[in-house]
Ligand binder design. Structure first.
Ligand SMILES: [Zn+2]
Length: 439
């Protein structure tokens, strides 16, 4: 587990939330190093009044290998009604994707017959089906949430990923932060245990805990800081008017992300590099004009940079392929795709990191992989040696820089507030320890 720098938060009990009956117990470490900047959520943990009808409510968990029909059978719902319910729920829920442990709430009348059925369909939304005169009436309800900024500060420890997870950071937030930082930090080599990682992200939190919904969902990452061997990288999220994607910048407005990504997919293995080699299918030696990345069929492929799709169609030996034109005379090509992302066709405008297609094994390809090429002024170049930082066009200026500076100032104020709160907490705990000791 990561050594949290924030002493005290783990020991004060004001943040410990009592779980509703039947719901998961709170993880003891989930608040370590975590400081909700907006602290008015504490007052909202009051329980809802108890239902006073003679109906009884039960919360069930889907067993491994069990489906909804199985649950309904347990309560003697006849096949016709079970099928009708499943039909009604279909628009809300992918019934094939229900996993073991999924919670369901049922209502039984005095005779023990099932009269209502509730299930969470996504964060903060539940659907309830009520049996009325033999027919299921389905309605959804949205649970009230509020946005809270979370600030987390940890030591990198043995793995930034695991340390952040231990400190309660949502997986999506960690992945986002690593993806952004990887433009500037070599994660394979340069990180040390004592390096410090900080993040501020927005999360939507349920105002009242609810058995059928998880308590919070991470949303936007607003600020990332990683100090590598004493050198801090402070990155701020900003999206200008009319821009389709969030980007990260240094405080002076320089973009963090490079002009073109060298690796347009996640979790892949580089299986063949740029250069002359013997072609596995054609047999003779020729120039391999790109990089091959091995990964599972269906892995999302990202656009390496902002640009315009020139081709998204069948390309002979390339199979399904996409060609994108970028600024400064660059083009990128993605081959052997299983298929194209929705809306991707010749003429589409794409942003860096946008999903454009899915890895496949189409055309002249021996195994599932992405063949990725980058061309500069019509010549294939090695994407790994791209010196795209020279093209960090996109430095903010004028009105954009002004708006961005306000974002930076707001985050700095948040940080200052959060640090002073953390200091107060650690001082409080320190004094408690001293008192205990002197007793
Ligand atoms: Zn290739």
């Amino acid at each position: 587990m990561a050594a949290a720098l924030v002493v005290g938060v783990a020991c004060t009990c004001e943040k410990v939330v009592t779980a509703a009956p039947g719901s998961e117990a709170p993880k003891p470490h989930s608040t370590v190093g975590k400081t909700p900047i907006d602290s008015n959520i504490d007052a909202n943990e009051a329980k809802k009044p108890k239902n006073t009808t003679k109906n009884s409510h039960k919360t069930l968990k889907l067993a491994a290998g069990e489906n909804l029909i199985g649950v309904l059978r347990r309560y003697d719902v006849n096949t016709q009604q079970a099928m009708a319910l499943i039909r009604e729920l279909k628009p809300w829920l992918d019934l094939n994707k229900l996993t073991a442990g999924k919670q369901i709430q049922i209502t039984l009348n005095e005779q023990g017959a099932l009269t209502a059925f509730s299930i969470g369909v996504r964060f903060a939304t539940t659907v309830t089906a009520t049996l009325e005169d033999g027919d299921w009436q389905v309605r959804d309800s949205t649970l009230e949430t509020e946005l809270v900024d979370e600030h987390i500060r940890i030591n990198v420890g043995r793995s930034l990923y695991n340390s952040a997870l231990d400190a309660g950071v949502a997986v999506e937030v960690i992945q986002r932060a690593i993806a952004v930082l990887s433009h500037r930090v070599d994660f394979q080599r340069s990180l040390q245990d004592t390096d410090v990682f900080e993040v501020i992200y927005q999360s939507a939190q349920l105002i009242d805990t609810h058995q059928l919904s998880k308590k919070s969902e991470a949303d936007k990452v607003n600020f990332i800081k990683l100090t590598v061997s004493g050198v801090p990288h402070l990155l701020y999220r900003y999206r200008g008017n009319g821009e389709s994607q969030d980007r990260f910048y240094y405080a002076d407005g320089r973009p963090v992300q490079s002009f073109l990504l060298k690796t347009p997919l996640n979790g892949a293995r580089l299986s063949s590099t740029f250069g002359r080699r013997k072609h596995p299918i054609l047999g003779y030696s020729r120039l391999h004009k790109g990089l091959d990345f091995g990964a599972a069929v269906g892995t999302p492929i990202f656009s390496a940079g902002d640009g315009k799709v020139l081709k998204a169609s069948w390309g002979g030996s390339f199979g399904n392929r996409i060609v994108i034109r970028h600024a400064n005379g660059y083009q990128s090509l993605y081959a052997h795709l299983q298929g194209f992302a929705k809306g991707i066709k010749a003429g589409s405008e794409v942003s860096q990191g946008e999903v454009i297609g899915y890895l496949g094994n189409t055309g002249l390809s021996q195994a599932p992989h992405l063949h990725f090429e980058v061309h500069k002024d019509g010549h294939a170049i090695n994407p790994l040696t791209l010196k795209t930082h020279r093209y960090s066009a996109g430095k903010l200026s004028g009105a954009k820089l002004e708006a961005f500076s306000q974002t930076v100032a707001r985050i700095e104020a948040q940080l200052k507030h959060s640090y002073s709160k953390q200091n107060e907490q650690s001082e409080f705990v320190f004094n408690q320890i001293i008192k205990e000791y002197q007793r």
